[in-house]
Design a protein. Structure first.
Length: 503
């Protein structure tokens, strides 16, 4: 049940959709013809435990509205240890509806803000400015978690009447920067600004990216593309800015990497709804890559449950190295083993990103270093998709990794060394910027070589010999010195594999 500020009780009307959505009774306002300049109404209710993922409050918007403003609060009672408390997300859809696919999507701030506004000429970060057309709009509530006591909420809606401002045409960053031709380019493809739940402006993030030695970044706000039109002035010959989204579902998060400007990807489904493939294909149609993010993260709704059949790459390293990254690395290595065991099956390249939101999160820790023909959207994506990349903890760490046969055959990261089954192969690793780190060579049999710690200069070279019959692929890990017993140290860098033998 919910109640407006006049004490009128409104019953929930119906449940819609496979993803479980509840629609409440509508809220209506007077028209501008009544001579009012502003009108406010308040709706109250309580969501029980076990509420559907999304609750929609219809809002009847009359003609003549200049601005919609929404503020909300909800109770956060204490709960026993280990029991989720209340967390309520919010967003809005316009008169075009709430159908999956998001044609009516006008913004989402999750739990990052307690109020927002929309006008033709401006909107709260995370929301899309544009015409306020008459019709049935929907305030979208997402009860992320609900305490055993339930989730009492209060929503205050204010409509302002008058002449609308002028709609501003969006400007987007260019899809190509000057670059250095074919070269190794450093990037961070998972970042958050104040256009979702980050605390930094695009200008601050761009400055930090340049300071971290990055050549490219990808915007990835939670469940909104509102930031796309606010990055053009931060791009330059030295920094390529790709546009995307972090698609934040209840069954895992996904980075849409380098989509067309203005692309919105819906997130309102679970793995059991069998909808993910539709939106993975939408990302690719929009020119983007599908990259499951932090697949083994332990936060509620963060663990990836959609499988990897649609993935173009997978984010194995997310922010500072933690145990869930170690699990992700092991899981990815298992997928590599499966790919060489299953004839004709492709492999999924790995990447790493900072997922930086605010201080003290470090932009560019880690960063993906990609071999690309130029510094452009298409070339960077091609390098990531092909696995011609490695992940480093900072600009200071560089890895050169190759495999060669006895007759001049040569392959680099992400490539295949086409030699016979029993042909001797020499693997070479050259490292800079990794003081006291060990070099580990990993194959489908596991770790087969670990070097002595590199000198304090951080530079060194390692050679190791094998055959394709002994190692179907080789990859490299740089590990910091371990602190406790036999446990591996945190990563300083790791590479995608080189495959050995004729495919």
């Amino acid at each position: 049940m919910c109640e407006d500020d006049h004490g009128i009780r409104r019953r929930a009307l119906f449940v819609t959709g496979a993803a479980a959505a509840l629609t409440l009774g509508s809220v209506s306002f007077a028209s501008a013809a009544d001579g009012r300049t502003q009108e406010t109404k308040t709706v109250r209710g309580t969501l029980p435990t076990g509420s559907p993922d999304f609750v929609y409050l219809p809002l009847e918007v009359p003609s003549g509205v200049r601005e919609i403003k929404v503020a909300y609060t909800y109770d956060k009672p204490s709960v026993p240890a280990g029991t989720p408390g209340n967390a309520l997300d919010i967003g809005i859809f316009d008169e075009r509806g709430t159908e999956l696919g998001g044609r009516g999507f006008r913004g989402w701030s999750g739990g990052a803000r307690t109020e927002f506004f929309l006008r033709a000429d401006d909107a709260t970060p995370g929301y899309i400015p544009g015409p306020i057309r008459p019709g049935t709009w929907h305030i979208a509530l997402g009860p992320y978690t609900v305490a055993p006591q339930g989730l009492p909420y209060e929503i205050t809606i204010t409509l302002s009447y008058g002449e609308p401002g002028a709609v501003v045409e969006p400007a987007y960053p260019p899809s190509r920067a000057k670059g250095r031709g074919r070269a190794w380019y450093r990037g961070d493809c998972h970042l958050h600004s104040w256009y979702s739940d980050g605390r930094r402006t695009p200008a601050q993030i761009a400055a930090l990216a340049r300071a971290a030695g990055l050549d490219f970044i990808n915007t990835s706000e939670h469940n909104t593309h509102a930031a796309h039109a606010h990055w053009a002035r931060e791009a330059g010959d030295d920094l390529l800015i790709l546009l995307g989204e972090e698609v934040t579902t209840r069954n895992g998060h996904l980075v849409a990497l380098g989509t067309d400007p203005g692309t919105f990807v819906d997130w309102r489904y679970r793995a059991r709804d069998n909808r993910f493939g539709r939106f993975a294909r939408q990302i690719r149609r929009a020119g983007g890559l599908v990259v499951p993010a932090h697949p083994h993260a332990t936060c509620i709704g963060c663990t990836w449950k959609f499988g990897f059949g649609e993935a173009d790459a997978v984010e194995v390293w997310n922010g500072p190295w933690t145990p869930d990254d170690e699990v992700a690395l092991a899981d990815w290595d298992g997928m590599l083993v499966a790919s060489v065991r299953s004839e004709g099956r492709g492999w999924i390249p790995a990447m790493g990103n900072s997922d930086a939101h605010r201080d003290p999160d470090v932009v560019g820790h880690p960063q993906t270093v990609v071999l690309a023909d130029e510094l452009s959207r298409g070339a960077i994506q091609a390098g990531i998709r092909a696995g011609r990349s490695y992940v480093a903890e900072s600009r200071h760490v560089s890895v050169a990794f190759s495999a060669s046969g006895g007759r001049g055959e040569h392959a680099g990261i992400g490539e295949r060394l086409e030699v016979g089954h029993d042909t001797p192969v020499t693997v070479r690793v050259d490292v800079t910027g990794a003081p006291r780190c060990t070099v580990r060579i990993v194959t489908d049999q596991g770790v087969l070589f670990t070097s002595a710690p590199l000198p304090v200069s951080g530079a060194g070279s390692v050679e190791w010999r094998t055959t394709p019959s002994y190692a179907a692929y080789v990859r490299v890990e740089l590990r910091h010195e371990t602190v406790i017993g036999p446990l591996p140290g945190a990563l300083a860098a790791f590479t995608n594999p080189i495959f050995l033998g004729r495919g």
